[in-house]
Ligand binder design. Sequence first.
Ligand code: F6R
Length: 253
Amino acid sequence: MKIRIFKDVKAVALYAATITEFVIETNEIPILGLATGATPVPLYQELARFHKGGLSFQHVRTINLDEYVGLGSTHPQSYRYFMNEYLFHPVDIPLDQTFVPDGTAVDLAAECCRYDDIIHRYPLDLQILGIGKNGHVGFNEPGLSLQAQTHVVKLSQDTILANAKYFSEIRDVPTLAITMGMQSILQAKRILLLATGFDKANAVVRAITGEMSTNMPASLLQLHQNVTFVLDEAAASQLSFHEATGMDVIKQA
Ligand code: F6R
């Protein structure tokens, strides 16, 4: 595991965008796994800036981690809408090369199978992740078990509360989502987990140095051969370098 600690959110975004650019430029058909939420927004802004400077997304395929059940592409809080807004429209990617689960599918089980087929067809070169304060990745919530493949998940109360800020009322927050499973995430060739802000510091330290447990889904990343935690100083504030001994840690001077 690699840990890269930067002074601020902007530096985190620039580092992650530079790695994404490298993946795009060194693969004939680059396949990116993408996350939504507040954390990757500065990364997508950087990528839009890189695009203005000449980086093309024409050959890129993207596969998003998750989507709320019940929200369609025109709902401003749907993850499809978010991706169109922050990344897909600002760059030159053909929309039919971008995949987000369909939260309005009538048959959700069939939609999960359809999504797994897409994931098998396009093995991920790079997976971008955020992390929930409760340690979730995608919407793989802490619990007694985790699922390998794409599935419908009941969102935890913590997640509903964390996401309530984006809706006018808490009762508007969907309680179900479709999420990629842990196996699909762990099959990515390379993973960048981005975390910024003090409110992520505890989840970050538990994911990196805590015991691997389904109660802390991000701790399963310890199994991956090529994972980098890209942190700002606030998110890294509970990491003791003593505990991280043996890990590849670099802190921006
Ligand atoms: C979203 C996702 C979630 C978020 C996590 C952190 O696609 O997969 O796991 O990454 O909830 O969200 P923010 O970045 O809003 O704190």
